[in-house]
Design a protein around this ligand. Structure first.
Ligand code: S3P
Length: 425
């Protein structure tokens, strides 16, 4: 797709449902008894992969637009999938499902696309094996396909070496099937949507600092889940509103769970003109509307425990840093290397293509901002967040930008280009 410098962005838009919460609503809906009704479900390819996998295990799921009904069959209601469970591009589906499958009475194989086959699964194989699971990487390199033979699991206390909600959730979901209280301790807090939703569905979950514990064999009951908009999708509109001169946008229905809102804290620090309105709570998941006006930005330093609260937003934060005055340093973000692409390399490579002075570091990047950006050919590397972050860069750059593989936005935001177009008047 081709982009030029944009006219001011004005008006309002509603953000599609949160990807993490949409996945979890289907998973817990399937393991609960009775109907779970999900509204504002994210119709992105990743969440559709989760639906497909559960249908393959006998769960009836109906979908009309973003309205989804899951007919849960209880903790022991899944049936053998018959064929390989295909997670597509979705790391969340593969890792969270591993935890659930480890405690079943049947065997299963999880696989996905070429990107998912390069992503580290050892981080879930290790704790699940400690629980007694029979789970292995078929190629033997710690990556998918994964073969799982369900077994009775033992409870463990797992000190996770990474702050990863996918690891934490895989262990907690396996803990539903364990023989005692299972706990996970993280080096710092990752997104806590699983804990919140498990509690909402009736599990006994205890949180103390960065340790979460779960009691086994709860009776989960189907619930109504209203999914808040995904702050990591809102991030592109926040950035576009800030960078395109003369813009003023009202971004409605943005989830602002404190384990996810790191981007708002960083934007404030950069000098962004943002105001949060209509703040509300829905069963532990807060949301609001955000008014953003174009602003001149300053560089920032980002690292430490803030990183998990903005990990998915670092590509677009890096783009903002390229337009900000001064040098931005991003540290402690080595996890970027194992996302849908190596996001340290793909961000730095594409910033450089646009004429930005940027360097990769082992755990992040350094961006010297404040000089005009030039349109360029951008390789998305089939990574949705790279495609969207550099589309935003294009709107405030000189000349023409071509985004290669722009279709990959379907993973998390199928209407992204349509929504963007509607705002440029
Ligand atoms: C997710 C957790 C994060 C995030 C991913 C979604 C989740 O991954 O990057 O997009 O839904 O649990 P990690 O757990 O690998 O940090």
């Amino acid at each position: 797709m081709k982009f030029q410098k944009s006219a001011p962005l004005r008006g309002e838009l509603s953000i599609p449902g949160d990807k993490s919460i949409s996945h979890r609503a289907v998973m817990l809906g399937a393991l609960a008894r009775g109907t779970t009704e999900i509204t504002n479900f994210l119709e992105g390819a990743d969440c559709l992969s989760t639906i497909r996998c559960f249908r393959q295990m006998g769960i009836e799921i109906s979908m009309e637009g973003d309205h989804v009904l899951v007919n849960g069959r209880g903790l022991d209601g899944l049936t053998p999938p018959g064929q390989v469970l295909d997670v597509g591009n979705s790391g969340t589906t593969m890792r969270l499902l591993s935890g659930i499958l480890a405690g079943q009475t049947f065997s299963s194989t999880l696989d996905g696309d070429t990107s998912i086959r390069t992503r580290p699964m050892g981080r879930v194989i290790t704790p699940l094996s400690r629980m007694g699971a029979d789970i292995a990487s078929v190629p033997g390199n710690g990556c998918a396909p994964l073969q799982i033979h369900g077994k009775q699991l033992s409870a463990i206390c797992y000190p996770s070496p990474v702050a990863s909600a996918q690891v934490k959730s895989a262990v907690l979901f396996a803990g539903l099937y364990a023989d005692g209280v299972t706990s996970v301790t993280e080096p710092c807090l990752s997104r806590n949507h699983s804990e919140i939703m498990l509690d909402y569905f009736g599990a006994r979950v205890h949180v103390q600092g960065t340790t979460v514990s779960i009691e086994p064999r709860p009776s989960l009951e189907g619930q109504k889940v209203e999914v808040p908009g995904d702050i990591s999708s809102a991030a592109y509109f926040l950035a576009a509103g800030l960078l395109v001169p003369g813009s003023e946008l009202l971004i409605k229905n943005v989830g602002i769970n404190p384990t996810r809102d790191g981007i708002l804290r960083v934007l404030k620090q950069m000098g962004a003109d943002l105001s949060l309105e209509n703040i509300r709570q829905d069963r532990g998941e807060p949301s609001c509307d955000i008014l953003v006006k174009s602003s001149s930005l300053n560089a920032v330093s980002i690292g430490g425990s803030l990183i998990p609260a903005l990990i998915d937003d670092l590509p677009v934060i890096a783009v903002l840093a390229a337009f900000a005055q001064g040098t931005t340093v991003i540290r402690d973000a080595q996890e970027l290397k194992v996302k849908e692409s190596n996001r340290i390399d793909t961000v730095v490579e594409n910033l450089q293509a646009m004429g930005v002075s940027a360097e990769a570091a082992p755990d992040g990047m350094i961006i010297h901002g404040g000089r005009p950006l030039q349109g360029a050919v951008i390789d998305s590397h089939q990574d949705h967040r790279i495609a969207m972050a550099f589309t935003v860069a294009a709107l405030a750059s000189e000349g023409t930008t071509v985004i290669r593989g722009a279709d990959c936005v379907n993973i998390s935001y199928p209407g992204f280009y349509r929504d963007l177009k509607a705002l440029a008047r």
